[in-house]
Design a protein around this ligand. Structure first.
Ligand code: KIV
Ligand code: ZN
Length: 519
């Protein structure tokens, strides 16, 4: 018999809070559905008071939820808590999560004395509990809060009706020994500590989030808060795939289990990476491109003799097909459907037909179409679906050793074709200048990243472009193509479209939406 550890996923709240990781409403719904199907116990779907968009997403995720508990975040005031309840109450199992910063530094922000804060905690947790039976309370920056005060406020929250007490390491400061000890002491010494679930919520600033979370479980925590791919502010949160696979792989020394169907990990990881526009680092544990690649001669030889020589987990355990047979230009629609299903993207009808056309086009240009190529094609299609305001119709670029490079661009903008030419320092710069000539915006380019999806000179490139507008809104666009300049142009336009959509959703005067005729 092993103890059950509850998995609380906060990709859509703490993960989405990461600058540039903003997801659309539909992406959030899709990811929530995948998390629910994967067996995540609790999905923190957002921060309902933060915006109309957040509220609508949490509400719809709650309405559509199947098995998972749906949780919303609220600060320690009645207005936040009421708004949160309005959004989550439609779930078959709702939870309100309310928090306040309790460390000396965080207490100074609302300028409350210790006693005033204690009273606020009592009142707000009681208020939440009057609305909802399932209430989680967090003392933000718990790991830098004085022990006596932490114990006191945890007891107050338990007494006021909190059913889960979450202990956040908000700034990623703790270390495994301390993390285990803190939870052990809280469970043992707090009045009522045995009657609630203690949760651990770690950030990865010192690269210890996974270790700290597992140590907290050792100390008595029975809920781990985490995100897919470790998405989150700064260095991110504890990665769901890491804690789940660590508990599974080392159950000999950590006798705990979760409800997560690990074979769905890879598909969710890919979906979150594309929606958030945060590519997964190649050597990332569990879900990185190289996590199961054994390139060196010694390793390959050892693997052929016995895969356990170098592999502690099987690729199939996380949903990677062990052997990947590439498709080619003679592969048919059935083979594509079968492959997409194996990759975790079952598709039929129009979606399959559209992808098939794009696949054939790629297969004409590239000898072998590999799994990652197909995933990149799919991401591109998703991105194009969102290109409502402007789309690229054609792009011609002149480059060579004699600069400046020139780009001629035709875009469809709100149904009308417009054309512009521009020069620049390199083909990508010229192309971005041509976009700007058609659509004069004040957003600045914050990040431009190119990755080769597969190997070879005919490989597709995926490009990520992050833009920040005049008011600080961040949007990331992505695209893939065998032509790096085309992928760059599409990613740039995708990021601008996302910014426009956000501004429109927020009802902001669209000062960025001023495009002029091509000169
Ligand atoms: O890191 C943190 O402290 C949080 C809280 C809101 C739980 O995300
Ligand atoms: Zn956090």
């Amino acid at each position: 018999m092993t103890d059950r550890v509850v998995i609380f996923d906060t990709t859509l709240r703490d993960g989405e809070q990461s600058p540039g990781a903003t997801m659309t409403h539909d992406e959030k719904l899709e990811i929530a559905e995948m998390l629910d199907e994967m067996g995540v116990d609790i999905i923190e779907a957002g921060f309902p008071i933060a915006s109309e968009g957040d509220f609508a997403a949490v509400r719809e995720i709650a309405e559509r939820s199947k098995s998972a508990t749906i949780c919303g975040l609220a600060r320690a005031n009645y207005k936040d808590i009421d708004r949160c309840w309005e959004a989550v109450k439609h779930a078959q199992s709702p939870r309100i999560h309310t928090f306040i910063g309790t460390s000396p530094l965080h207490r100074a922000i609302p300028n409350l004395t210790k006693d005033e804060m204690a009273e606020r905690i009592h009142d707000t947790v009681s208020h939440a509990r009057n609305l909802c039976e399932n209430v989680q309370w967090s003392p933000m920056d718990a790991t830098r809060t004085e022990w006596d005060y932490l114990k006191r406020v945890v007891e107050i929250a338990i007494n006021a009706g909190a059913t889960t007490i979450n202990i956040p390491d908000t700034v990623g400061y703790t270390a495994p020994i301390e993390s285990a000890d803190l939870i052990r002491r809280l469970v043992a010494e707090c009045e009522g500590g045995q009657d609630v679930i203690f949760a651990t919520h770690c950030h990865n600033d010192l690269g210890m989030a996974t270790a700290n979370s597992l140590a907290a479980v050792e100390g008595g925590a029975r809920q781990i808060e985490c995100t897919i791919n470790g998405l989150g502010e700064r260095a991110g949160n504890t990665a769901l795939e890491e804690v789940v696979m660590a508990l599974r792989t080392r159950s000999d020394i950590m006798p705990f289990h979760t409800n997560v169907d690990t074979t769905k990990i890879m598909a969710v990881s890919r979906r979150v990476a594309s929606a958030a526009g945060f590519p997964v680092q190649f050597n990332k544990a569990i879900v990185g491109k190289n996590a199961f690649a054994h390139e060196s001669g010694i390793h390959q030889d050892g693997m052929l003799k016995n895969r356990e020589n170098f592999e502690i987990m099987k690729p199939e355990d996380i949903g990677l097909s062990g052997t990947s047979l590439p498709l080619g230009k003679h592969s048919g629609r059935a083979a594509l459907r079968d492959k997409m299903e194996k990759l975790g993207y079952p598709m039929e009808g129009n979606q399959l037909a559209d992808l098939f056309v794009r696949f054939k086009d790629l297969a004409d240009r590239k000898k072998e179409v590999e799994d990652d190529d197909l995933i990149a094609l799919m991401r591109d299609e998703i991105a194009e679906d969102q290109n409502e305001f402007m789309q690229i119709k054609s792009l011609k670029v002149v480059c060579g050793t004699e600069g400046p490079q020139k780009a001629n661009l035709v875009m469809v903008m709100e149904g009308e074709e417009r054309e512009a030419s521009a020069s620049g320092d390199g083909p990508v710069d010229a192309t971005f200048n041509a976009v700007k000539a058609l659509f004069d915006h004040g957003a600045r380019l914050d990040l431009y990243q190119v990755h080769a999806v597969t190997q070879g000179t005919d490989a597709q490139a995926t490009v990520s472009v992050r833009m920040i507008d005049e008011d600080g809104r961040v949007a990331t666009g992505q695209s893939a193509d065998t032509d790096t300049v085309v992928a760059s142009a599409k990613a740039y336009v995708n990021a601008l479209n996302r910014l426009i959509a956000r501004r429109e959703r927020e009802g902001t005067d669209a000062k960025m939406v001023s495009y002029k005729d091509a000169g």
